[in-house]
Design a protein around this ligand. Structure first.
Ligand SMILES: *Cc1c(COP(=O)(O)O)cnc(C)c1O
Length: 247
């Protein structure tokens, strides 16, 4: 496991953001892609608002959170700041109303029930929400997301939910030090996206890649990378805290 030093000042955050951005740009350039086609979504789970305020001062305008309760609390604590919140972790239907109230984006859609619950709340609030369909590309039981072969049928259900703007797909690669296996997960998601584009030309986005593998993800076509530890520092809790029985 790489260890990432925690940024403690605005300058350190600015330096970490610039370093990650430079590696994103270099990875894009290696495969002939425009750096501006890759969006950096900083992931701030477990980081308290005092430090998040430094990151915002250093230029973060959007933040990703894995857990709805934590995201909701922070969005309230930081309501004075101009930050767009992305929920990137599994959602239970009973929390859909929270996401509908404060989130700008939801990247972990993997059931019709959640789509329905979100749409109902969004219609009431008169809002719409960008969503990504989460796909389990590693076939690990510990991962949320649709099985790849369930994606086409799922996509056919989504036009009924008019408050959801379906932008594309999200995945977590296999946790492996074997880069070839990680890369294979990203390729799989890209293949799913390419086939879906034939049906709906709006499904362009590919959210894939985290601190340990975002450069590989960009080489395989990521349009959004979700990076936490490389910006905020190593987390104390193991990943198994965020993904059921996984890690
Ligand atoms: C935590 C998290 C990330 C970022 O992981 P880091 O190792 O901190 O870069 C990305 N995606 C999801 C869904 C996460 O929960």
């Amino acid at each position: 496991m790489t260890s990432y030093p925690p940024a403690q000042t605005v300058e350190e955050f600015a330096a970490n953001l610039a370093a990650v951005r430079a590696r994103i740009d270099a990875a894009a350039a290696r495969v002939g892609r425009a750096p501006s086609d890759v969006r950096l979504l900083p992931v701030s789970k477990t980081v308290p608002q005092e430090r998040l305020r430094l990151a915002v001062a250093a230029g973060c305008r959007e933040l990703g959170e894995n857990k709805v309760q934590e995201a909701k609390r922070k969005s309230q604590e930081m309501a004075d700041l101009d930050v767009a919140w992305a929920v990137i972790g599994h959602l239970q239907t009973n929390k859909a109303k929270d996401v509908a109230a404060f989130a700008a984006e939801f990247q972990a859609l993997d059931s019709v029930r959640v789509a329905e619950a979100l749409d109902r709340r969004l219609q009431l609030e008169g809002r719409s929400l960008d969503v990504y369909v989460q796909v389990n590309t590693s076939a690990e039981e510990s991962k949320y997301g649709l099985a790849p072969d369930a994606v086409p049928g799922f996509l056919r259900e989504l036009p009924a939910f008019t408050a959801l703007r379906v932008r594309g797909f999200m995945t977590l690669a296999e946790f492996s030090s074997d880069e070839a296996r990680v890369r294979e997960c990203f390729r799989r998601l890209r293949g799913i996206r390419d086939r879906a584009l034939d049906v709906d030309p709006g499904l362009t986005e590919l959210s894939m890649g985290m601190s340990g593998d975002y450069e590989v993800a960009i080489e395989e076509g990521a349009t959004c990378v979700r990076v936490g530890q490389a910006i905020f520092g190593s987390r104390a809790l193991p990943d198994s805290h965020y993904w059921p029985s996984g890690g």
